[in-house]
Write a protein that binds this ligand. Structure first.
Ligand SMILES: *Cc1c(COP(=O)(O)O)cnc(C)c1O
Length: 376
């Protein structure tokens, strides 16, 4: 077995895996499950600091992003796509699929979106139905400041759709303070449950916009309106993946008790980045580092594939390369959720140090020793 130090899926604690083995009932007919589902949704809303309703959808992270776009977009709608990374840009595909007209606000992918510059852009350009934004753009590890950016957009009556799949619970998310209309999360990132589920929080404003559509939502599975009144009617639009939801609940019960979660991510993220830099390696970003993932450039003397292969075969640790324009360029260490612990990170840094040395890369200091010093 490998130690999975990737930026999602992450390692999954045994208690969470075992929760999925609980005896099943018929989730369509058994009211105890409908109560359990609703309670779990309310727990997620609470942990994300929002009065907005949460829905858990039966599909992994991408379904949440698509459902948000499918449910809001009518043919011809203009949508502002904030883009400083692969997922940022990718939102435009969902907008187009449902007949919308994406307009990009594209900035340099090594720095977070600057709220001041965006504010200026919005002063001249604000005829959009909604805007999309990624909290942590995982392929580069870019963290955007959702709490500053979303209120600027809201000022013009533009709805916001935020993908925080790989940031939430490793980075602060306060949905109501930011005024986010639809926030998307996933089970397999910092939540550290197995992949398979997505959840969304939906504001009353977003619900009103969906209710007032002139055209029907061009999807069933990605239609957030099909859940309307599910609790009162004791009826789900499709059979819920009950075992996955038992696992997800166990993961959230764990998060609810873990008061140190954000601080721990910050300590580990900081120590990892500093150790990488002090050893003479180059971080991909200039600013805007997410505490859930560290991304560094592949040294010229070797390849991403070689680093990943030695880590996997010799040290039984899985790191990730990246994709799209970053394929082959960088290595990613996922220190989110249950990966964010000192012991696994020490082992990872030690293995990475040996791997790089074996590939002929000279380091200016020991990655592991430096990481340990910085954690003290
Ligand atoms: C992981 C992730 C998703 C979920 O989709 P995948 O199918 O795992 O790619 C969505 N958005 C972001 C930013 C993610 O990191």
């Amino acid at each position: 077995m490998y130690k999975i130090m990737t930026p999602g899926p992450t390692q999954v604690k045994e208690s969470i895996r075992l929760a999925r083995a609980k005896e099943c009932t018929n989730p369509d007919l058994d009211e105890t499950f409908i109560e359990f589902y609703k309670e779990t949704c309310e727990l997620i809303s609470r942990l994300l600091h929002t009065e907005n309703e949460t829905l858990i959808l039966g599909g992994e992270g991408i379904l949440g992003l698509e459902a948000a776009c499918a449910s809001l977009t009518e043919p011809g709608d203009k949508v502002l796509v904030l883009d400083n990374g692969v997922y940022g840009k990718g939102f435009a595909d969902f907008v187009s699929l449902y007949g919308g007209e994406p307009e990009f606000y594209t900035v340099d992918d090594k720095n977070p979106i600057d709220p001041k510059a965006l504010e200026e852009f919005l002063r001249e350009n604000h005829k959009y139905k909604y805007a999309t934004l990624v909290h942590c753009d995982t392929p580069s590890g870019m963290l955007n400041n959702i709490h500053e950016i979303c209120p600027l957009i809201e000022k013009y009556g533009i709805l916001t759709v935020v993908d925080s799949v790989s940031a939430m619970f490793g980075e602060e998310v306060d949905v109501d303070r930011a005024g986010i209309d639809i926030l998307c999360g996933g089970s397999q990132k910092a939540v550290s449950a197995p992949p398979g589920l997505t959840f969304v929080t939906i504001s009353d404003r977003a619900k009103k916009v969906m209710a007032e559509r002139k055209t029907p939502i061009a999807s069933f599975y990605a239609n957030l309106k099909v859940f309307e009144g599910y609790y009162e009617a004791k009826w789900f639009p499709y059979t819920m993946p009950i075992s996955d939801i038992y696992g997800l609940r166990a993961a959230f019960d764990y998060i609810e008790k873990d008061k140190d979660m954000l601080c721990r991510h910050a300590r580990i993220g900081n120590a990892c980045r500093k150790a990488i830099r002090d050893a003479g390696l180059k971080l991909y970003l200039e600013q805007g580092f997410s505490n859930t993932v560290t991304v560094f450039e592949v040294p010229k003397e070797t390849t991403a594939q070689d680093i990943l292969t030695v880590m996997r075969t010799k040290h039984k640790i899985m790191l990730a390369g990246s994709f799209d324009s970053l394929a082959g360029q960088v290595i990613r260490i996922g220190h989110m959720g249950s990966n964010a612990n000192e012991k696994d990170m020490k082992e990872t840094m030690e293995a990475l140090e040996q791997t790089l040395k074996s590939l002929g890369i000279g380091l200016k200091c020991s990655l592991k020793d430096r990481f340990c010093e910085l954690m003290d």
